[in-house]
Design a protein around this ligand. Structure first.
Ligand code: NI
Length: 171
């Protein structure tokens, strides 16, 4: 089921999410809904708090982005166990419709997480999928990509977003 995407500013986007402890049917339903919602918004990643559920769950599917490997992932209670290199990329966010900002991230990350059955897995991500992962990981920590900008760059991005929101309300 496609759910509504929460947009900034909303409390649920600026609070750290809770760890998942129950690997039951409602978790599987949440994951299905997250994929449905992400695909319907043509996104490549979604964190549970973006649909108002404050749990450490993210989904990623890079299939919509051309020229990158297709990677589809469900990551629960993820942690970054190691990281390497730096990479800059202009990111968008479904919780900031219309806004894109350049953010610096790790180029490679090693991630420990659980799958939807609660089994541990370790994955290695590099380039675009690593960027998407770190963007969604920030969401789970209650951080948005605006928080990755400093001083005047943050202020300009916020002004631009407010303007986009005002324009969207007019139509
Ligand atoms: Ni986002």
């Amino acid at each position: 089921m496609v759910r509504d995407i929460v947009t900034y500013p909303a409390d649920v986007l600026t609070r750290p999410t809770r760890k998942v402890e129950e690997f039951d049917g409602s978790l599987k339903e949440l994951i299905r809904d997250m994929f449905d919602t992400m695909y319907s918004a043509e996104g490549v990643g979604l964190a549970a708090n973006q649909i108002g559920v404050s749990l450490r769950v993210m989904v990623i599917d890079t299939a919509l982005k051309e020229d990158v490997p297709d990677i589809k992932l469900v990551l629960i209670n993820p942690e970054i166990s190691s990281s390497e290199g730096r990479i800059k990329f202009k990111e968008g966010c479904l919780s900031f419709p219309g806004l894109s900002v350049e953010v610096e991230r790790f180029e490679k990350v090693e991630v420990k997480a659980l799958d939807e059955e609660g089994r541990e897995k370790v994955i290695h991500l590099e380039g675009f999928p690593a960027i998407v992962f770190q963007h969604e990981f920030d969401h789970l920590e209650g951080i948005t990509f605006l928080d990755r900008l400093s001083g005047w760059r943050r202020r300009i991005a916020l002004e631009k977003y407010k303007k986009l929101q005002r324009e969207a309300q007019k139509v």
